[in-house]
Design a protein. Structure first.
Length: 312
């Protein structure tokens, strides 16, 4: 029997309609730096952790990896509502936590301290908190726990693993970078590459050029982002999206571009790296978040201070 979730509504924030909003759920360790507290939890147990959180409930937690992303999402909401105060197609942020409501007071106070527009705080004592994602209409889930992310993906929710790192908060607008295969697209070409090498993958892509690539785990999130992006002209949009893929533009770029066109997904810039490191181009883009399925690419992004999320 699943444990019930305790929901704390943030009355300081206007509540969004989850049927129209783009709902993003973040765990506490994704949005705040709780590494010391997590270590205490692992070494001393839940009671000691709870005592520590209660004793420090008025001390704001430092920002975590997804913090700048959430701030940029708020900026987009502000711009959307400036142009149309009645607009309901906005971002809605909720925090999903395995804390008890008692130890979660510090989380709520930290969010208020930074002025984060989080509509709900969901405290779940059950092992698998991802069972509540669908009931909240979540379209993207960011967690620092690999099991959480795998469970969410199995439940059909776009999800990625956030690694704790020191990040420089980039300026607005919201900039999101997607890898191609196994992130925006399915991993069908990756599988051919593993089995038949580069030449086999190139031949496959040429043969399949007129057929759109299958959907990847982050396609639905990207599509909703694209829908919001279309509310603005390209020059004034508070959202910029990028494709940074290991594919070569000459041999494997055409099908990717045709697929995006078929989906009606607007991408501001596409970079076909032909296997080159992605770090230098990410340094130029300075995204608020970078999604990739390759841990070597995530490591390269972390080395240049780019907030990264792994799609396993």
């Amino acid at each position: 029997m699943a444990e019930p979730e305790s929901i704390v509504i943030n009355t300081n924030v206007k509540q969004k309609d989850p049927s129209t909003a783009l709902v993003i759920a973040v765990t506490t360790r994704a949005i705040f730096n709780l590494e010391e507290e997590h270590k205490l939890y692992l070494e001393k147990g839940k009671e000691e952790y709870t005592r520590h959180q209660q004793a420090n409930q008025d001390k704001p937690l430092p920002p975590g990896t997804a913090f700048a992303f959430i701030q940029a999402v708020q900026y987009v909401n502000k711009k959307i509502l400036e142009s149309n105060p009645a607009e309901r197609d906005v971002f809605d942020i909720l925090v999903l936590s395995n804390n008890s409501p008692e130890s979660g007071v510090r989380i709520i106070n930290s969010a208020k301290h930074y002025g984060l527009e989080i509509s709900k705080f969901c405290f779940v004592s059950d092992e698998d908190s991802t069972q509540y994602l669908k009931s909240h209409g979540v379209e993207l889930f960011l967690s620092a726990d690999r099991t959480d992310v795998c469970n969410a993906l199995q439940r059909g929710v776009s999800a990625a693993l956030v690694f704790q790192q020191e990040v420089q908060a980039p300026s607005t607008p919201l900039r999101v970078v997607f890898d191609g295969d196994a992130v925006l697209f399915s991993d069908e070409t990756d599988q051919i590459f593993q089995e038949q090498g580069l030449e086999g993958a190139v031949q496959y892509e040429r043969a399949m050029e007129a057929i759109p690539i299958g959907e990847g785990p982050l396609k639905s999130f990207a599509m909703h982002l694209g829908k919001m992006r279309k509310k603005f002209g390209q020059e004034k949009s508070p959202i910029r999206t990028y494709l940074v893929t290991a594919r070569s533009g000459r041999d494997m770029g055409v099908r990717a571009i045709k697929t995006l066109r078929e989906w009606g997904l607007p991408i501001d810039e596409a970079f076909f790296m032909d296997g080159a490191p992605k770090g230098p181009i990410l340094t130029q883009i300075q995204p608020h978040i970078f999604f990739d399925d390759g841990l070597h690419n995530i490591q390269g992004a972390q080395n240049v201070g780019v907030p990264s999320a792994w799609v396993p």
